[in-house]
Design a protein around this ligand. Structure first.
Ligand code: TXD
Length: 322
């Protein structure tokens, strides 16, 4: 299968990876290379997706592979490889296991796709994005994470549901780390162009903010095994589109902040202009004092996590496939 440039490589052909591949193909955005370490699995999913092409009416191709050589020259590499927490596993256990996987994956990205933009998806998101930057050594504007588009999409849906309007008629911004301390920015949320602060009571807004923070956990509790993947895949696709089509669109992205919002030297959710070069500019928006305070708390938590990742000291001796 000849893959045509510019293409997107997806590492990890699980729920999020495979659904992202499907979205990219069916929106006719680009060809896809789908990589996983499980023999036959990415090949099987790629074949299944190709067999849908005539019915879906797209003209894109997908290659399933267990060989990192196939990601060479990718325009974008999406990293969804990793494990989800299992019963009895601590957050630290998950952190160290996923850190090892992300380190191995990123060493191979560095070797085989040194010019790619890298979108991290694996959790814990802010920390894995920090690790990916360390391991690849790529410029900051080419290494970033997906979380804010998803968190904002969830908030848009919750607002739309409450106001009986369409989710696409709602604008929302969610900043900060991708965890319990994320900051839904209600002061910038609008429905049909009107600030939601004037349309919903403070209590209703606070319930929506809390449901947004808990959005991932709500789905995990319903699914029993695994976590959300449809909305995450849509969110990754939105970011890939902004890059492939050089849209220069402003989206909330986990980007490397250097003083913006009073936050320095960590990967953190902020609105950025996304285009062909990756993160082209970090945008600053005005915030209320409460929102600023929330961001400071969230930044502290991310910093503690980064110290934990750095203590693991696993950047060295990583396996790079030959
Ligand atoms: O907002 C966000 N950033 C997120 C993050 C939204 C949804 C999911 N989020 C996280 O993405 C989730 O917590 C996980 O850490 C990842 C992937 O979630 P997914 O639901 O897709 O997990 P799966 O279905 O278990 O798929 C993981 C795949 C699986 O096919 C493994 O075989 C593969 O990862 N895997 C690897 N691929 C390549 N290389 C290595 N070493 C490897 N190890 C596992």
């Amino acid at each position: 299968m000849d893959i045509r440039k510019p293409f997107v490589a997806i590492i990890g052909a699980g729920q999020v990876g495979a659904t992202t591949a499907q979205r990219i193909l069916e929106k006719n955005l680009s060809d896809v290379v789908l990589f996983d370490i499980v023999p036959g699995m990415p090949q099987g999913k790629a074949l299944d997706l190709m067999e849908a092409a005539s019915v879906e009416g797209h003209d894109k191709r997908i290659l399933g592979t267990n060989d990192y050589k196939d990601i060479a020259d990718a325009e974008i590499v999406v990293v969804t490889a990793g494990l989800a927490r299992k019963p009895g596993m601590t957050r630290e256990d998950l952190l160290s296991l996923n850190a090892k996987i992300v380190t191995e994956v990123c060493s191979n990205i560095k070797k085989y796709a040194p010019n790619a933009k890298v979108i991290l998806v694996t959790n814990p998101l802010d920390l894995m994005t920090h690790l990916a930057r360390k391991v690849t050594g790529f410029p900051e504007k080419r290494v970033f994470g997906m979380a804010g588009v998803l968190d904002a999409a969830r908030m848009r849906f919750f607002i739309a549901e409450r106001l009986s309007c369409l989710p696409r008629e709602v604008e929302a911004v969610v900043l900060g780390g991708h965890g319990d301390l994320m900051v839904p920015v209600s002061s910038h949320s609008k429905a049909k162009g009107k600030p939601v602060k004037g349309l919903l009571s403070a209590e209703e807004l606070s319930q929506i903010e809390q449901r947004t923070r808990n959005g991932g956990a709500e789905i995990v509790a319903l699914l029993k095994t695994g976590s959300a993947f449809y909305a995450p895949a849509s969110s990754i696709c939105e970011m890939a589109k902004a890059i492939l089509k050089d849209e220069k669109k402003v989206l909330p992205v986990c980007a490397h902040l250097q003083g913006e919002y009073g936050v320095r030297d960590i990967y953190f959710g902020a609105p950025v202009r996304l285009g062909r070069d990756g993160v082209e500019k970090i945008m600053e928006i005005s915030l209320t004092e409460e929102e600023r305070k929330g961001l400071r708390l969230s930044a502290e938590k991310v910093k503690q996590g980064i110290a934990e990742v750095d203590r693991l000291g696993i950047y060295e001796n990583t396996r790079v496939s030959s």
